[in-house]
Design a binder for this molecule. Structure first.
Ligand code: KIV
Ligand code: ZN
Length: 510
């Protein structure tokens, strides 16, 4: 009888454990905690001025986050508007593998609305918050600390009537008194909050202090072991990621973050930096994430395309130059031994070594498959056809089509489906010694109109001509042109930020 036949299931177990246990005991295998990644791109990220997203765009981003294996997706603030409610509802109905979270102030009506929006979710979380810093309690809430504590407990209990998965945030914890934080956190854990999130709402803290705060809260609060501690850091001093990582070193096991660091004012901690920080420095972090990091670049581009917020070239992990070596001495070093100047592998975050994917002879199936791998799906055959026709046009002009080209092309296709104002023709003249002028023809709701205008430059002349036709009365805050791909035939991306009556809108076009 072959020896393998003698090994029963039970004996296999003892055989393996006799080898593995001594290794385990000697520290050969180190079991690390899981660091929960809570993405708030669709909620706090959307609070960036001008970064508002439609319901469909939010669903596209949520699907990309799910594919990246983000643990929790905060999909919005359901009480804030009907649109927010619907977006949370759609995300909750579609996402299966990630927990979907809705934000609610510590008010009955907010919690009820969040619960209603999350009804269809496979796994739902209600995140309720109330401010605890003296400045917020006195001026914004006009409540005493006792009233705040009472309202927080009441909110958590109400949320627990809908789900076991309740998160509580003492807003502006970074400027709150530690003694009061200890009291309120102990009370909300007692009331049923399973996650305690410590927000540095105004980006005021410093890594050493913030790390110590987390350690102190965990140590002093008697029931702290009944909850997971989370952090939510804003980037006003450029320290959001550093503060988040300091908190992780001190026992936080959930980080709230956003793709590309999008978020209110200077933004939130960038998901890609937190995740790669933990992964790259496994020698110091006693925890790991479950993320598929190869999806990071795709998610970053998707969010940038949808919001119109370009990613700066020198942005860590996802910037175009993040893995580019310019100096000869660096190039030489990397060619001889990659680790000389690289601490991460570009492929591990989704940069492809060979990113040229399609050409003019590629067929519809190859096109569709490539888009699928970029998380781009169409809801109708007409949209696929429109995008494919644009792809063929582009392939005629440009023989190397990169992923970036495809993403740009698809975003344009989805946008032009709902176009009210369409550019029919543009002629711009800029000549030495002459005043630049532009001729623009627009189709507005089916009617074509042309106009000519001059300006201090070709762009100014073009904007003046457009404004004459559309009469938007908006202020142009930002106008930028960046190349998306390389070479003299690169596609360019134009970004425009407009403002009217305090409302800011961003748009990009390729
Ligand atoms: O920054 C903040 O305090 C927040 C809370 C709602 C968590 O976004
Ligand atoms: Zn925030």
């Amino acid at each position: 009888m072959p020896w393998r036949g003698l090994i029963t299931q039970q004996s296999t177990f003892y055989f393996l454990s006799s080898i593995l246990c001594p290794l385990w005991a000697s520290g050969f295998f180190i079991m690390t905690d899981k660091l929960i990644i809570f993405d708030t791109t669709l909620r706090d990220g959307e609070q960036s001025p001008g970064a508002s997203m439609t319901k469909d765009e939010k669903v596209r981003i949520a699907k990309a986050l799910e594919k990246m294996r983000v643990d929790i997706i905060e999909a919005g603030f359901p009480i804030a508007s009907h649109g927010d409610f619907e977006a949370v509802q759609s995300v909750a109905n579609i996402i299966k593998d990630s927990t979907v979270c809705g934000l609610a102030r510590a008010l009955d009506k907010d919690i009820d609305r969040a619960a209603e929006a999350l009804k269809g979710a496979n796994s739902a979380r209600i995140h309720t918050f109330i401010a605890t810093s003296p400045v917020h309690m006195a001026n914004k809430l006009q409540m005493s600390p006792e009233q705040v504590l009472e309202q927080a407990v009441k909110a958590v209990k109400r949320a627990r009537q809908y789900t076991d998965n309740v998160e509580f945030s003492p807003e502006d914890a970074g400027r709150s008194e530690t003694d009061f934080l200890c009291r309120i956190i102990e009370a909300v854990i007692e009331a049923g909050a399973g996650t305690i999130n410590i927000p540095d709402t105004v980006g005021y803290t410093l890594p050493e202090h913030f790390g110590k705060l987390i350690a102190e809260l965990r140590e002093r609060i008697p029931n702290s072991d009944k909850a997971i501690f989370s952090v939510h850091c804003h980037n006003d001093l450029g320290l959001a990621v550093a503060n988040s990582l300091a908190a992780v070193m001190n026992g936080a096991r959930q980080v709230e973050c956003t793709i590309n660091g999008l978020g209110e004012r200077a933004g939130n901690a960038a998901l890609e930096e937190v995740v790669m920080g933990v992964r790259t420095r496994q020698d110091v972090f006693p925890c790991h994430t479950d993320l598929d990091t190869t999806q990071i670049v795709t998610c970053s581009r998707l969010v940038s395309n949808i919001t119109g917020f370009p990613v700066q070239p020198n942005k860590a992990i996802v910037g175009a130059n993040a893995f580019a070596h310019e100096a000869g001495i660096h190039q030489d070093g990397v060619l001889k031994h990659r680790e000389t100047y690289e601490i991460m592998r570009a492929e591990d975050v989704g940069w492809r070594a060979n990113r040229m994917v399609l050409g003019k002879h590629s067929g519809r199936n190859a096109f569709r498959e490539r888009l699928k791998s970029l998380n781009i799906e169409f809801d109708s055959e007409e949209s696929v056809n429109a995008a494919f026709a644009r792809f063929k046009d582009l392939a005629d002009k440009k023989h190397e089509i990169y992923d970036e080209d495809l993403q740009a092309l698809v975003s344009d296709t989805l946008m032009t489906e709902h176009e009210q104002v369409k550019l029919v023709a543009l002629k711009v003249c800029s000549e030495t010694g002459e005043t630049p002028h532009a001729n623009v023809t627009l189709n507005m709701d089916g009617v074509e109109n042309s106009v000519a205008a001059s300006g201090s430059g070709p762009v100014d002349a073009t904007f003046k001509a457009i404004e004459t036709l559309v009469n938007s009365q908006t202020n142009l805050l930002v106008y930028s042109v960046n190349n998306i791909t390389n070479g003299s035939d690169a596609q360019g991306e134009v970004g425009v930020r407009l403002e009217k009556d305090g409302q800011v809108v961003n748009a990009t076009a390729k």
